[in-house]
Design a protein around this ligand. Structure first.
Ligand SMILES: [Zn+2]
Ligand SMILES: [Zn+2]
Length: 292
């Protein structure tokens, strides 16, 4: 933590920002971060607020353009992957919003509040200065690879009859997914998949002592964006999968919802290709077993 003049905790937020600006060694995001933790004067609360607000803003902020695209079929329907089906209705979207808000408050909020004590236990840092961009990027790349592997095997297990009925069935309510359906899942599934997002940074932090909360928040944001885009139902000429050949995206995950078996990974395609579980006609063309 960079030493700054210790202000009175009665000062308004902007006054904290002014005090933070006195330290010219901090970048402006670091100044705001320092001001945030100083204003709240309770690190568990400060981490909880920033994490929950970021989660909500990113989720609904990223889903909004997809909902607008669904409402404008004359412009966007030609990019829809399952273009033989109508886009989701306003009622489908509203059902998802209500369910997801309930999941966020009942399941995710308690986990977010618990995150700060777990982070301290595992030796993660959360005060300024922030880590170097190269370290942040390398750690996030590792989290994507680890989460994708965990997701592949857990998701494949969730398609086993008893587990499917008890845990995963809710997520398959929509055979033609849309943005807001990304986190439409049972509380148990939300918890199990959430472990794949929060455990890699905690473990790496415990082992190396060099993981920062800003890296975790950036990773969570990118993982959310990946999940929402994978459920969007749209494939554009500029979609990421056309730039990164092993990136799954909506084109990949849509086939999972459409054909029900195969394409179990979250971000990448290689686990399904190696394990012979590519879904639909693409899997058949590769000689993969569609029952797996
Ligand atoms: Zn599934
Ligand atoms: Zn899905």
């Amino acid at each position: 933590m960079v030493n700054l003049a210790s202000p009175s905790h009665q000062m308004p937020y902007l006054e904290f920002v002014r005090v933070a600006k006195q330290n010219t060694s901090l970048t402006w995001p670091e100044q705001l971060w320092w001001a945030h933790y100083t204003v709240w004067d309770n690190d568990i609360l400060a981490t909880g607020i920033i994490t929950f607000l970021a989660h909500e803003l990113i989720y609904f902020g990223r889903c909004l353009p997809w909902a607008v695209a669904d409402a404008l079929p004359s412009i966007f329907h030609r990019f829809r992957i399952q273009d033989h089906k109508p886009p989701p209705s306003a009622s489908d979207q509203w059902t998802c919003v209500k369910y997801i808000l309930a999941i966020h408050f009942v399941v995710e909020l308690p986990l977010i509040v618990l995150f700060h004590p777990m982070m301290e236990l595992c030796g993660l840092q959360y005060m300024v200065p922030f880590p170097k961009f190269s370290l942040l990027a390398a750690q996030i790349a590792l989290f994507f690879i680890v989460e994708d592997s965990y997701h592949y095997w857990l998701h494949r297990a969730l398609h086993w009859g008893p587990l499917y009925r008890a845990v995963h069935r809710v997520h398959h309510q929509y055979a033609a997914p849309f943005g807001l359906a990304a986190e439409y899942a049972s509380p148990a599934e939300t918890f199990l998949l959430g472990l794949g997002t929060i455990c890699p940074p905690l473990l790496l932090g415990y082992i190396t002592g060099s993981v920062h909360l800003i890296t975790v928040l950036t990773w969570m944001a990118l993982r959310q964006l990946q999940a929402i885009d994978a459920h969007s139902g749209y494939d554009f000429p500029w979609s990421l999968r056309r730039l990164i050949p092993f990136w799954g995206g909506a084109d990949w995950h849509d086939d999972h919802h459409r054909y029900f078996r195969g394409n179990y990974s979250s971000s990448f395609t290689y686990w399904d290709v190696f394990m012979g579980t590519v879904a639909g006609p693409r899997g058949k063309a590769k000689g993969h077993d569609s029952r797996q």
